[in-house]
Design a protein around this ligand. Structure first.
Ligand SMILES: Nc1ncnc2c1ncn2[C@@H]1O[C@H](COP(=O)(O)OP(=O)(O)OP(=O)(O)O)[C@@H](O)[C@H]1O
Length: 341
């Protein structure tokens, strides 16, 4: 419980929600999943408990991800999920509503921004501010973005991959593509269906990606036993899958990410490009942990690539640190203010 109006930073991600409380650090990290009873429209579970229900629900219960591709696809459920996480963080009886900064992908439209601000104020914020994901990721990765020096951040989450060049606290060039961790999982599911006639679930695909996935050939091939359902016989089967196969399955998706990095570099002013070439590219987000993705991008660009320490938490940490500069957000520097006072 962190009542009494402690300010809060929220990384509202497609895959997970992380909550940072000023003075406490990251206090909550749960999957962005909500289980709903279709008959009554009541929420049955949120976060980890709801994730366990994914793919395992009876007819009247649906386990849904209210954010898709990094933006709100189901507004009402997102608001309920935010309210649940905010209450879990602050306790139900708060005397002062907190100021809340929420992190959004760099490509979101004004309408989508408005939806996040409204959902956050509806869920209990005194004032809601937005910060763009690459800025938060850069702060969380420990980069000093306030100086006139170019940094390139590649933040790969579940739904979006944000590539941005940052200097003097602002985004100079950026792109956001909807190819990230979830698309890797989908590619693995497609591969299993096409190559092996086997249907696997989202969670199995994600485990395969984490255990044997790769974006660049591994020096030593690794394998994994995978369970699924044979599409012809309809029966459960076990099959051994190699990392080489997953490399194949992910080729198209990881190439799109390398292309996005390349296209941003092409548009980067020469002075900043020289800084990036000296200092390297920094990768953040859970998707950055895909084996060999750093190597692939480095090979394509000829620039060293580093994975930030604690890559999954960078955006939440950076959003939290931005709470200390809320006066800048209030003056509208990198974020948008909204909601009620
Ligand atoms: N070791 C790993 N290897 C590969 N992928 C991983 C690994 N660990 C986590 N991931 C993937 O990272 C993704 C989640 O990353 P993250 O938590 O940064 O996303 P998010 O912030 O929720 O999403 P977004 O920024 O798109 O809204 C998931 O697709 C997950 O499968």
């Amino acid at each position: 419980m962190f009542g009494f109006g402690s300010d809060i930073g929220i990384d509202l991600g497609t895959a997970s929600v992380l909550v940072f409380v000023k003075g406490k650090g990251i206090v909550l990290q749960e999957p962005s999943v909500v289980a709903i009873d279709k008959n009554t429209n009541n929420i049955l579970a949120v976060g980890e408990e709801a994730r366990r229900m994914l793919g395992r629900t009876p007819g009247n219960i649906v386990a849904i991800r209210p954010l898709k591709d990094g933006v709100i696809s189901d507004y009402e459920v997102t608001e309920k999920m935010l309210r649940y996480f905010i209450q879990k963080t602050t306790g139900k009886r708060i005397f002062f509503k907190p100021k809340i900064i929420v992190c959004v992908p760099s490509g979101v439209t004004e309408v989508e921004k408005r939806a996040v601000v409204d959902a956050t104020t509806e869920a209990g914020a005194r004032t809601a501010y937005l910060i763009e994901e690459p800025i938060a990721a850069a702060i969380g990765a420990g980069l000093d973005i306030s100086i006139p020096n170019g940094h390139m951040i590649v933040d790969i989450g579940g739904g979006t991959c944000d590539v941005a060049v940052i200097s003097l606290g602002g985004i100079v060039v950026s792109t956001s593509i909807k190819v990230a961790g979830d698309k890797f999982d989908e590619a693995i599911i497609r591969h299993m269906r096409k190559r092996h006639n086997i249907m696997i679930g989202e969670r199995t695909a994600e485990n395969m990606k984490i255990e044997i996935g790769c974006a660049y050939p591994r020096a030593k091939e690794v394998t994994m036993d995978v369970r699924g359902r044979n599409l012809v016989s309809g029966l459960p089967v076990n099959i051994k899958i190699s990392s080489e196969e997953i490399l194949d399955a992910l080729e198209e998706s990881v190439s799109s990410i390398a292309d996005a990095v390349h296209s941003v570099l092409e548009k980067t002013p020469p002075e900043l490009a020289a800084d990036i070439s000296d200092q390297g590219i920094v990768m953040t987000g859970g998707g950055a942990l895909l084996w060999g993705l750093d190597k692939l991008i480095s090979k394509r660009t000829g620039i060293p690539v580093y994975i930030a320490e604690d890559a999954i938490s960078c955006v939440a940490k950076g959003t939290g640190q931005a709470l200390d500069s809320i006066h800048l957000l209030e003056s509208g520097a990198n974020a948008k203010r909204g909601g009620r006072r």
